[in-house]
Write a protein that binds this ligand. Structure first.
Ligand SMILES: [Zn+2]
Length: 146
């Protein structure tokens, strides 16, 4: 029986994109649990030990089982969203950066995949500053005038 995540990510072309990215980055590709693993990634971006494109986990070195599980959660997210995963992830990362100062703590994709399994330390939410109200002329009761 065909794994539906593999089938969907084949149709939405995210796995093909991941295989191409791994090839361009010079990472050897092997199979793991019915998916693909590409190791030896050396580029600076993204700044992560591992990342997933479609059903391809690209990493600097082979990932432990917990991280692999985290990355397979991202595969399911790709299966739901296809290429829309990228802008959606970018928005979620931006929201997290605004609220916590990092791109993962309040990023719904990372939270659903499991922050601890992904090796992320969760930072607390920061209070958003309220814009200060400027006193407007004529409404300031008791204003002192010279
Ligand atoms: Zn992740």
């Amino acid at each position: 029986m065909v794994n539906p995540v593999v089938a969907l990510n084949a149709v939405n072309l995210t796995t093909a994109t991941g295989l191409l990215a791994a090839r361009v980055a010079g990472c050897p590709i092997t199979s793991r649990d019915g998916y693909w693993e590409a190791t030896g990634y050396r580029w600076r971006f993204p700044d992560a030990g591992a990342f997933t494109i479609g059903c391809v986990v690209i990493s600097r070195q082979p990932v432990p089982a917990a991280v692999w599980e985290h990355e397979t959660s991202h595969m399911r997210q790709y299966a739901l969203l296809g290429a829309l995963f990228w802008p959606a992830y970018g928005l979620a990362a931006g929201y997290s950066l605004l609220r916590t100062g990092d791109w993962w703590s309040r990023n719904v994709f990372e939270r659903r995949a499991g922050l601890a399994a992904g090796g992320y330390a969760q930072n607390p939410v920061r209070r958003l500053r309220r814009a200060r109200k400027r006193p407007s002329a004529g409404t300031a009761a008791g204003a002192v005038t010279a």
